[in-house]
Design a protein around this ligand. Structure first.
Ligand code: COA
Length: 333
């Protein structure tokens, strides 16, 4: 009987990192979205310095071949009680305890680092039950938030956006949208901090054990530098009120070395600024700017709670359609 060895993967060891990445790629092959970062993006991303947390990578290796892979991201800052876990097993080696062994090591690492809660996301088809949720439940992870992953096709959808401009213009009432590539203008830094700091408190209720994050100008600059170092381009739209204050924020990120698809980060309009179609206006602006910068980008994905009516309405107008369910699962250690 070949024995299964659980090994830590040094991200500077390209051979080991590549084998680890290939497990994730094989595990995601049946998913309806191309959910795996390209090898180039992973190779650059895991060695880029970061101060918001650190990743520990684990592989399950049998006869020199990686059959399972996992990662725990140990956050710093307000959520230093958390670890974010990912587990993948190649299809031909499932239901043999590989996933359990990988997760056990990730949990051991998390405990040793003083973590008390682990969270993860189990993706599953819209109308069927994939293995992720059953695995999570079997290992003691409860569903804390039900999300949906949506995709907009950038080849076909933009043709329908022209009609949305009139709706936005009619509601703007002196507001304007400013698009920022990569670096937040100095004059908006404090306001952007306030919007980002409010984000978690303004999203629909869920059971996730997350603390609000306090954003400072230094933290924003650090984030922007890190994105650059990781080869990620960010496109941000700010909703600016008639008095010049920022009332809304929406962003998209894309890997420069793999610009086939982009993902939405966060979108928020502060309560005092709602009712001006700013969510739609900002998203139109980021998606159009994305296409100017990366004309070959084929689609954008976003994940948000199925019961977030306001965001879902905007996404539907832009042409997003649900492609997968994403269950945020959580275990208190
Ligand atoms: C989910 C995944 C990691 C499970 O890996 P695995 O090695 O097959 O898991 P294990 O063999 O350790 O399974 C442990 C238990 O989980 C449950 N489980 C796992 N897969 C299941 C499935 N397809 N259906 C029902 N229960 C399942 C069972 O209770 C199983 O114990 P049992 O086989 O003794 O009944 C693997 O299917 C995978 O890579 N899926 C794609 C990526 C993913 O969804 N990751 C999980 C994110 S949380």
């Amino acid at each position: 009987m070949p024995t299964l060895e659980i090994q830590h993967v040094d991200p500077t060891d390209e051979r080991a990192l590549r084998a680890w990445w290939e497990v994730g790629r094989a595990a995601a092959a049946e998913r309806p979205v191309d959910a795996v970062d390209s090898w180039e993006a992973v190779r650059v991303g895991y060695v880029a310095p970061r101060t918001d947390g650190r990743s520990v990578l684990v592989a399950a290796v049998e006869d020199g071949v990686a059959v399972g892979a996992g990662r725990v991201f140990l956050l710093r800052g307000e959520n230093a009680h958390l670890g974010v876990v990912v587990v993948d097993v190649v299809p031909e080696r499932r239901r043999q305890g590989v996933g359990t062994a990988v997760l056990a090591e990730l949990e051991r690492v998390a405990r040793e680092a003083g973590r008390t809660t682990l969270v993860g996301t189990a993706a599953t088809p819209v109308d069927a039950d994939g293995p992720g949720p059953a695995f999570a439940a079997a290992l003691g992870y409860a569903v804390a938030s039900e999300e949906e992953t949506k995709v907009v096709d950038l080849v076909t959808a933009p043709a329908g956006w022209g009609g949305l401009d009139a709706e936005v213009t009619a509601a703007l009432d002196g507001y304007r949208v400013e698009v920022v590539d990569g670096r937040t203008p100095e004059e908006h830094l404090d306001d952007v901090c306030a919007v980002l700091s409010a984000f978690l408190g303004e999203t629909p209720e869920n059971d996730l054990d997350l603390n609000l994050e306090h954003w400072t100008p230094a933290r924003i600059r650090e984030h922007e530098d890190r994105m650059e170092a990781m080869g990620r381009a960010e496109v941000v739209a700010l909703a600016v009120a008639p008095d010049g204050r920022v009332g809304g924020y929406s962003d998209l990120a894309i890997q420069r070395v793999d610009p086939r698809h982009a993902s939405v980060g966060i979108t928020l309009v502060l309560p005092a600024h709602r009712g001006h179609r700013l969510g739609l206006a900002m998203k139109l602006a980021t998606h159009r700017r994305l296409l100017e910068l990366f004309p070959g980008c084929a689609y954008v994905e976003t994940t948000n709670a199925g019961d977030n009516a306001a965001m879902n309405a905007v996404n539907e107008q832009l042409g997003y359609r649900v492609v997968e369910r994403a269950l945020d699962v959580q275990k208190r250690l």
